[in-house]
Design a protein around this ligand. Sequence first.
Ligand SMILES: [Zn+2]
Ligand SMILES: [Zn+2]
Length: 234
Amino acid sequence: MLRKRWLQQGGHWLKRAMPGYCAFCLAPALPGQGWCASCLKDLPWNRHACEQCGDPVTQGQSRCGHCLVEPPAFTCTQAGLLYQGAIKELLHDFKFQASPRAGILLYELMRMTSPALTGAALLAVPMYPSHARERGFNQSYWLAKQLGETLGTPLVKATRIKDSFSQRTLNRRERAANLAGAFRLEAEPPEHIVIIDDVVTTGATGHALASAALDAGAKRVDIWAVARTPLGKG
Ligand SMILES: [Zn+2]
Ligand SMILES: [Zn+2]
């Protein structure tokens, strides 16, 4: 019971966590990892997901209804976890407090759930320049940089040329319209690139960025994120 409470309060405990101990419950961690076996098992895994957009689907279903009817510009999404509980806390600490410990844990979780194909180059989701200056930290770029160094995969860059107002209150279609033409690639990318993001919410950002990459000459674009917000819950 106590462990569950710690797990839900991941963010607070994280700040006290020490290397060698589980970030969630402070028990000894698995060798070389940031968590114990029990907390790892209790994380909100995205077990049955649409192979195209990563949204949870019924076991045995390969694609969700949205992707069957109106497929997005990207081919596959790998998001091993759901944006819930301890993962939501971790992502929040990482995004808004630039917590390096949260970043390392999220990077390790991404490595555990890496996609079958990691592409010829990685592409971080860019922030609009003034937002980047305000925040001083782009979590997608940080993850892409670490993954690129580990995998020996180069990064390609895109810029956000259109500011979009908050996406939070918009539905799926409105988000797509809001983001149309929002990105531009700085150079012609290789044929297969993988977008790196922290959380996939509706897939609208991935769709807009993948469209820009395809326009710039890529032949296939995938997405690799830490977590997916189940539609209708985020
Ligand atoms: Zn633990
Ligand atoms: Zn889908």
